[in-house]
Structures are given as structure tokens and as C-alpha cells.
Design a protein around this ligand. Structure first.
Ligand code: NAD
Length: 467
């Protein structure tokens, strides 16, 4: 069994218990991590509290250098870490390398730079406004981008001068251990970064309610986010929430339909659909609808589903039996609601592993459960619209507002519609993900932003000195 990382030391959990880590492609147990207990959170939060004064007082340049070294080590070990992620969460190896591992290395390097370059003081009239680190940060993260989601919190928190207690997902926790090893090796002072693995309702809730924790940054489901926010409110902690999504790919008349459908399908299925910003709803004008469905089915059929280490694989398994069963329930529900299954479904040729075929539903109507709820699997719903106003209403018609895409005849036409959407990110005519742009949700997709300068500012308190 692995150990927790508390106050610069690898330590056994006081619980003595563990959680098995399962390879979703083979269903074999591949590792075991400690099932942390509230006593472990207490030790980690106390260590982080004790380390805060000196860490927040170090020169920003020094913090930046440590983060840059961590980024270099992550890059050097990218192959091994990508293998770990492909094995414990099932992402195809190439994707695990490029997106799940090298993207976090880039994000770390970005915050190494911002640690120094982001301005922390300004003058307003007779006041000097100071940005100061918020204190001890409790970070709680999900399994779908297990390293990226951690780095999106830990890198800006450390850059700001905060100390951290991290609880990674118990479903895919191994990348967090690789990151803790890197932080240990680069000589991050004891207590600055602490890792307590374990179950959400035990370790996560202990973090959210611990008096020594000043801020909780949570990424995960809206349900668990609500609980974390409620617990954190008891001691009036600062809260940042990155929650679910049901994002729309809105294709306007006159857009390049073939490109819009191809890119949209790829986005909906990436990471086996286990992406919070997945464009899981394609909204297409009635005149283009049948053609869009045909193109989407063609694109879905080209996906090879299989072992994450096979070279041709584009879709790995879902992360767990629980997740697979949840997606199967939604696919059945879609059929019961009268949507038309035009690709994929619940059948699969794989005897082992938690596989789902890339699935497309046509004839989906606003208000259906599969149109409203986050499925978190490779399931795309295609919905027709008659007018732009109706398209915007459908796109905004869920409790979420995390991401989206608009395709138009011109960039200006797409931007004009994107401005109307109540959502945190919009890709215009296929615009690529930018790790320096703020990421986060409107409505029930969350509070606050990650990445870029906005992502750093989450970890500041503001002080005004009147001169
Ligand atoms: P989850 O909510 O089940 O778990 C997320 C984390 O919260 C895990 O570490 C879990 O152990 C912990 N947790 C669970 N219950 C808790 C509780 N009562 N108190 C404290 N912590 C608790 O989510 P998941 O299944 O790991 O991840 C999938 C969800 O995450 C999806 O809804 C997805 O949209 C969302 N997500 C959002 C973003 C974003 O940036 N907006 C990014 C990735 C994933």
C-alpha cells in the first residue's frame, strides 16, 4: 500500500485502511492507496498552516523557480506518468501523454512565470492595494483529467504563496502520487504541499470543514460541489467550484457543416466523453439536420474502441464499472424517451473492461433527460432548431453553463451569437483550447475560474492600505 504525503514525509494513514485502484481496461487491481481519515486531514492541514507563514514570505522568484523545476521533471517523466494515467483511468496512451500529462507541465510552467510577473500591487487615489495569498488551500479533484485538474489548482495556489492539502479522486489517484514525488524531489519545504488520498465523504468533507483551511477549491460533480460549499460556509471559507456541464455545439446556417460536425463529434467523444466541457449537444438548423446526422454517424463509426495501449485506439474504456453502468442507464433512458439511436448503444464486443461504443442520438428534443443531464460518456445528442433565438434558448436551456461552440458563416456571425450565450468558454469556428484563457462556469457549472491570470487571482486576498 502507498502512503500519504504529510509535512514532507511519506506517512501511513491513521485509518490503516486502503482503497484498491482498478485498471478499467482489464478490471484488474493494480495498486492500493490509503483510505485517509479525518485525523490525517488534521495533520496535513496543521502542517500546511505551519508552513504558510514562511512559504508566503518567500520571494516570488523562488516559488517560480521551484514550479519551473517541477514542470521540467514532469516533462522528463511524461512517458511514465502517461502510462500511469492510461492504466488507472483508461485514456488512450497518446492522449494520456499529450493532454493528460504534457498539458499540466505547460500549465505548471505558465504559473512559474506568473508567480513573478503577475502584478500584486496598485495605487488607487490615496490607497495602496495589495494582493496576498489566501492561506491554506484544500484542493479536491476528480478522476477524468487526474493530473491536469490537480495542477490547475496546486500550481496557482503555490505560485500565489498558499500552502495546499490535496485530496485526489480515489478512482484514479496515481498521477497525484507521481506529482507528490516530484514536489518532494525538488525540495518543496515540508508542509507546503500535502497529499491525503481517500473517499470524498470522509477526506473531502474533513477538508471542507477543517478550521485551518482558508479556501476550498473543488472540481467534480455539481452534487458533491454543493455539499462542499455547504460545509465550507460554516466557517466562511472562500470557495471555488468547477462543476459539471452540458455544453452545446451550435451550428448556424451557412457554417462549414462538415468541419463543424467532425470537430463537434471529436470533442464530444474525447476522453471517452468524460470531459466536463464536452460538447455533448449538437444544435443544428432544421435544413441541415439530416445531413448533420449522417455526418455524425459516419464520424462515430470511424472510432476504434479498445485497449488504451493499442496504437489505433481512439476511445478507451470508461473509468469504472459504476461510470459505465451510469452511461448505459442514460442510453436506455434516451430510447425510452423516444430519441432515435443512430450509432452505438449499450452492446459491446469487449468481454472485459468498461467499454461503451460511441453513441449518437437523433430526434432529441429540448427537455429530454438525455438533453438536460450530464452523461459523462461518449453519447452525443443532436437537436434541431428553426431560428437563432430558439437555438440560443436551447443552448442555454440547462442548469449548466461551462463551455460551448458556435459555427457561423463568418467569425463575426459566430461571435455575435457566442456573446448571447450564458457560458464560460465558447469556441468560435473550431478555435482551439487555450491553457492561458480562464476556464470555468456560469450558473450551476461553478464559481470562479481556473487557468491564466484569473486562475491565479482566485488564490489572493485583497488588502487596502490608506496612505
Ligand atoms: P465527484 O463529484 O464524484 O468527485 C470529485 C471529487 O470530490 C473526488 O475527489 C471525490 O472523492 C470528492 N467528493 C465526492 N463526494 C464528496 C463530498 N461529499 N465531500 C467532499 N468531496 C467529495 O466527481 P467525479 O465523478 O470524480 O468527476 C466527474 C464530475 O466532475 C463531472 O460532473 C464533471 O463534469 C466534473 N468535472 C468538472 C470540471 C470543471 O472544470 N468544471 C472538470 C472535470 C470534471
Amino acid at each position: 500500500m502507498r502512503q500519504l504525503y504529510i509535512n514532507g514525509t511519506w506517512t501511513a494513514s491513521v485509518s490503516g485502511e486502503g482503497i484498491d485502484v482498478v485498471n478499467p481496461a482489464t478490471e484488474e487491481i493494480i495498486d492500493r492507496v490509503p483510505a485517509g481519515a479525518p485525523g490525517d486531514v488534521d495533520a496535513a492541514a496543521s502542517a500546511a498552516r505551519a508552513a504558510f507563514r514562511s512559504w508566503s514570505g518567500t520571494a516570488a522568484e523562488e516559488r517560480g523557480k521551484l514550479l519551473a523545476t517541477a514542470s521540467d521533471l514532469l516533462r522528463q517523466r511524461a512517458d511514465d506518468i502517461a502510462r500511469v494515467i492510461a492504466t488507472d483511468m483508461g485514456a488512450p496512451y497518446g492522449f494520456a501523454l499529450k493532454v493528460q500529462t504534457l498539458l499540466p507541465a505547460t500549465v505548471l510552467a505558465g504559473y512559474a512565470h506568473l508567480a513573478e510577473s503577475h502584478p500584486r500591487e496598485r495605487r488607487v487615489g490615496n490607497s495602496l492595494i495589495l494582493k496576498e495569498p489566501v492561506g491554506v488551500v484544500g484542493a479536491i479533484t476528480p478522476w477524468n483529467y487526474p493530473l491536469h485538474q490537480i495542477v490547475c489548482k496546486v500550481a496557482p495556489a503555490l505560485a500565489a504563496g498558499c500552502t495546499v492539502v490535496l485530496k485526489p479522486s480515489e478512482v484514479a489517484p496515481l498521477a497525484a502520487y507521481a506529482l507528490a514525488e516530484i514536489f518532494h524531489e525538488i525540495g518543496l519545504p515540508p508542509g507546503v504541499f500535502n497529499l491525503v488520498s481517500g473517499a470524498g465523504p470522509v477526506v473531502g468533507e474533513a477538508i471542507a470543514s477543517h478550521p485551518a483551511v482558508d479556501m476550498v477549491s473543488f472540481t467534480g460533480s455539481t452534487l458533491a460541489g454543493r455539499r462542499v460549499a455547504a460545509l465550507a460556509s460554516e466557517s466562511v471559507k472562500k470557495v471555488a467550484l468547477e462543476l459539471g456541464g452540458k455544453s452545446a455545439n451550435l451550428i448556424l446556417p451557412g457554417a462549414d457543416l462538415a468541419a463543424a460536425v467532425k470537430v463537434g463529434v471529436a470533442n464530444a467523444f474525447v476522453n471517452s466523453g468524460q470531459t466536463c466541457s464536452a460538447l455533448s449537444r449538437m444544435i443544428v438548423h432544421r435544413d441541415d439536420y439530416d445531413q448533420a446526422v449522417r455526418l455524425a454517424v459516419e464520424a462515430a463509426r470511424k472510432y476504434t474502441v479498445g485497449d488504451p495501449f493499442d496504437e489505433g485506439t481512439r476511445l478507451g474504456p470508461l473509468v469504472s464499472a459504476r461510470q459505465r453502468d451510469r452511461v448505459v442507464r442514460y442510453i436506455n433512458r434516451g430510447q425510452e424517451e423516444g430519441a432515435r439511436l443512430v450509432a452505438g448503444g449499450t452492446e459491446t464486443d469487449h468481454e472485459r473492461g468498461f467499454y461503451i461504443e460511441p453513441t449518437v442520438f437523433a430526434g432529441v428534443e429540448p427537455g429530454m433527460v438525455i438533453e438536460q443531464e450530464e452523461i459523462f460518456g461518449p453519447v452525443l445528442s443532436i437537436i434541431p432548431f428553426m431560428s437563432v433565438d430558439q437555438a440560443v434558448t436551447i443552448a442555454d436551456g440547462t442548469p449548466y453553463g461551462l463551455a460551448g461552440a458556435v459555427w457561423g458563416e463568418t467569425e463575426q456571425a459566430a461571435i455575435a451569437v457566442a456573446r448571447r450565450l450564458r457560458t464560460g468558454q465558447v469556441s468560435i469556428n473550431g478555435g482551439a483550447f487555450n491553457p492561458q484563457a480562464p476556464f470555468g462556469g456560469y450558473k450551476q457549472s461553478g464559481i470562479g475560474r481556473e487557468l491564466g491570470e484569473e486562475g491565479l487571482e482566485e488564490y489572493f486576498e485583497t488588502k487596502a492600505l490608506q496612505l
